[in-house]
Design a binder for this molecule. Structure first.
Ligand code: C5P
Length: 307
């Protein structure tokens, strides 16, 4: 994630993530689940424009860019991409948390341009929060280390710390907040489809059972680091996919159609409902995307690992 200054404004592009692997290992006393996950960031971005305020208020205005939409028809079962623009927005929570932790008494206005769909398993809100932590550390000259920022990040949400790591791919443990960046990973090309319906993360986790015999992500990490996509494709996994399929028929339909495409591998991301296919080249991804678009399964994105 890079921060750029333009006049009085600071601009940061916040990427989405995909879980190439997500294994639920157990339920914890704090209500969360112990995980092992391998995440990569992808070049589907929200954009945040931050401007210092003379007041000490944190404010946010959300714009719906690209193919996400604020409203859906009242009679539709579709999920809206609308995100909260008050205290419940994770970007606002991040700014408030930094004020509380550091005692700084400054304000900020955030213009948030949403392109990452909500309830998609792509962690758009978490990425926005990480972008705010990174930006305010600079704008407010807080001098916090990456470790300190990652500690604060994990108080906001399990996925936030990943976006502060310098690597586009990482093995994550604990709730997802313990990050081990992969030293090297090939550039991966993806087709991502987000059906109109969404899923609540809480509901999907509630439905899942920890794996009796965990397989672990180390094999996948090894194949990725070697650039062996064929074998990497065989080791994609997500413990949350079966529960998500049982809760949402759109996910089952997507997975079935993805299975008919010549992907290296395919899987649902996070708690859904987005599914992705891994391709060797951008052209391969574009062709698969065109075929999936014709099936009208949802919004189709072509992307790659973001550096
Ligand atoms: O951390 P985050 O706020 O993103 O988590 C949202 C919800 O997902 C949690 O309230 C919890 O129900 C579930 N969750 C979990 N175990 C994790 C991460 C999330 O049970 N490791």
């Amino acid at each position: 994630m890079r921060l750029r200054q333009s006049g009085a404004s600071w601009i940061v592009h916040a990427p989405a993530k995909l879980n190439l692997f997500l294994e639920v290992l157990g339920k914890r006393a704090d209500g969360f689940h112990e995980l092992e996950t391998l995440m990569v960031s992808v070049n589907l971005f929200d954009t945040l424009v931050l401007r210092q305020e003379s007041s000490t208020q944190i404010s946010l205005r959300c714009h719906y860019a690209g193919c996400v939409s604020r409203k859906v028809a009242a009679d539709s079962a579709s999920a809206s991409d609308e995100v909260p623009d008050g205290q419940d927005n994770l970007a606002v929570k991040a700014a408030e948390l930094l004020k509380k932790k550091t005692g700084v008494d400054k304000g900020i206005h955030i213009e948030l341009f949403k392109r990452i769909p909500a309830e998609a398993g792509l962690a758009g809100g978490s990425s926005d929060a990480a972008a705010v932590l990174l930006a305010l550390n600079r704008i407010w000259q807080l001098g916090l280390s990456r470790d300190e920022l990652q500690r604060y990040a994990s108080e906001i949400g399990s996925d936030v710390a990943f976006f502060l790591s310098e690597s586009p791919a990482a093995l994550c443990q604990g709730r997802g907040e313990i990050i081990r960046p992969l030293k090297k990973a090939p550039r991966l090309h993806f087709v991502i489809v987000k059906p109109d319906s969404g899923l609540s993360t809480v509901a999907v986790f509630r439905q899942c059972r920890p794996e009796a015999k965990p397989r672990g992500a180390s094999k996948l990490a090894e194949y990725l680091q070697r650039g062996d996509l064929t074998n990497a494709g065989q080791h994609l996994f997500n413990s949350l996919q079966a529960p998500a399929e049982s809760l949402n028929p759109d996910v089952s339909r997507l997975i079935k159609e993805f299975g008919r495409q010549p992907f290296v591998g395919h899987m649902m991301s996070g708690s859904g409902t987005s599914c992705f296919g891994v391709c060797r080249h951008r052209d391969e991804a574009r062709m698969a995307a065109a075929r999936l678009k014709a099936l009208r399964l949802g919004r189709v994105f072509v992307g790659e690992t973001s550096s």
